[in-house]
Design a protein around this ligand. Sequence first.
Ligand code: SF4
Length: 398
Amino acid sequence: MLDHSAISPIGNAMRKDLNIVFKISERCNLKCDYCYFFFGGDETWKKHPPLVSREVVQDLGAFVARAARDEQLELIHLIFHGGEPLLMSKPRFTEMCETLRGYENGFQFSFALQTNGVLVDEGWIDIFERYRVTAGVSLDGPPVVNDLHRLDFKGRSSYDATVAGLRLLQQAATQGRVSAPGLLCVINPFADGAKVYRHFVDDLGVKHMSFLTPDYTWDSIVGEPVIRGVERFLLAALRAWLADKNPKIQVRVFSELLAAMVDQRAMELVQTYRDDYRNIISVSSNGDLGPEDTLRTLDPRFASMGLNVESNDLRDLFESGAWREQADAVTIRPEKCKTCDWWKLCKAGRPVNRYSRAAGFSNHSLYCSGLKDLYAEIGAFLVRNGTPLAELALRLAS
Ligand code: SF4
């Protein structure tokens, strides 16, 4: 067990930042059937207000100011999340940003937002420009892939509306008003990862993206074809990205691995993130505190921890039992991972993908064999392009 009392809750001396996923809207204008938030089994959202109140925004500002003072935090990455965050009205969103900025004292907020893009318009872009909000858009691929899951409440495609929002953001980015929007794609196991990647790059002109493995656990009733399909998608997308050899195109899930294999500092950074999930917390629309958002669906003990920004401090969260359980997960080296050459990079993958009711976080990743292929492919690419094998082996040595 990790001795939590001996270290800062932020865990790593390199760390002066904290990520907060802030559920400003717990309702959505789409009905994507794979959505962990609404259909993942945790129904606490039904008891939460659809939109965050002014009081909770103030409580969060005060909570962050206390956390920054107590834990010497300098940068708070606040990710406006949902549901769909743009269901909040523009005046309320503006007021929220003003309120939060008013708490900056010895620390700074950076604002980001994850949206399905449908409601993005010029008015929103003005707000993003004024408050330096970086927007990420969720899209799963061309219509034939995206519309398998990402539909509205009447079962209609969301593709055109999402792409229209993306285009507005891209246009504003070329004018220097906002940051270029990135795409977040949930992997469809039956889609071709290379085609999805090409669609994003060639048809939509996107330069930043990431691919997310579906939030399955070892208890999910999904067969081998689904798991193998996810792995195949990742490998195909990776090969397409490597073939481009274009450093301006960043696929986060691949770029950070490649960087870690060639650069010691990047390796340390990846390890820090893998090692320390205490760097990501979530705040519900009613102010309740919790762990990284996808973990809420695993068990009620992660969804309702009985802690709230109004009356608790960051340390209360880090000292709670459920929090310690998920934080300790990173210290467990599952049996299968004990002899794995990729351990330092992988650390058994995303927590949600290694969880089971029976063994908690003690399992290797559900996508283990695909992850190994991914790491090996990147390693082989580097060696082919001049990285000495011995140097790579040394960096990966545990
Ligand atoms: S690739 Fe598999 S065995 Fe290796 S560390 Fe990751 S989950 Fe464990």
